[in-house]
Write a protein that binds this ligand. Structure first.
Ligand SMILES: [Zn+2]
Length: 208
């Protein structure tokens, strides 16, 4: 065992070095906490659309992976093929005309199984911190218009711009003001224009 007492110079060095080491550790820890909070609090449309952590659900449930978004013409995609035929026909008609304008439609989310909808709701509660806030973005499996194949989430931004201008001509209307990507079929819109959108899903009487 080394019992040699420290020289005064060595003790001075330690008095200066130790606080510096603690300061450095504190800075690193604070940075790590800030990074993890930044990731946790960033709401991403990916997790809303089912392209986040998929857990036990699969593409057969209508899940779509990031970067794997199908077009509205993709018959092999359960998320597309599960949409109601009248909605799908309107989407394909609009997408055909949009393509002539150089605009492509992606399906970020379409038909979803109840299992996928339930998982999205669980993820939203984690993302938004409460069931009340999550309800502003994600419907319950029993009431979701995605589960019945009556709603589609379209991307990218250029497609949304195109739909905002021309969607009503095909009966395609944005349902919620806070979801510029969520479209449903309103055949009467071809004559009368789209109805006023709800501020968010909590105002939708169908979801009560
Ligand atoms: Zn939607």
């Amino acid at each position: 065992m080394n019992t040699t007492p420290m020289s005064p110079a060595a003790r001075r060095r330690r008095r200066i070095l130790l606080p510096l080491v603690f300061l450095a550790l504190a800075v690193i820890a604070a940075f790590a906490v800030q990074q993890s909070l930044a990731v946790a609090s960033a709401p991403s449309s990916a997790s809303i659309s089912g392209a986040g952590a998929l857990g036990e659900v699969t593409e057969a449930d209508g899940a779509i992976r990031d970067g794997g978004q199908p077009s509205v013409f993709d018959d092999a995609s359960p998320a597309v093929e599960g949409l109601r035929p009248d909605l799908l026909a309107a989407l394909r008609s609009a997408a055909t005309d949009a393509r002539a304008d150089g605009v492509e439609f992606w399906v970020n989310s379409g038909w979803r199984s109840q299992a996928l909808q339930a998982q999205l709701l669980r993820e939203a509660v984690v993302t938004y911190g409460s069931e009340e806030e999550a309800a502003r973005w994600v419907a319950k499996p029993e009431t979701s218009s995605h589960v019945t194949g009556e709603a589609v989430d379209i991307g990218p931004l250029r497609a949304l711009d195109w739909l905002a201008q021309h969607g009503a001509n095909y009966g395609l209307c944005q349902t919620y003001s806070n979801e510029s990507w969520h479209y449903e079929l309103r055949p009467e819109a071809i004559e009368a224009g789209c109805p006023q959108s709800y501020a968010d899903p909590t105002e939708d009487p169908r979801l009560q």
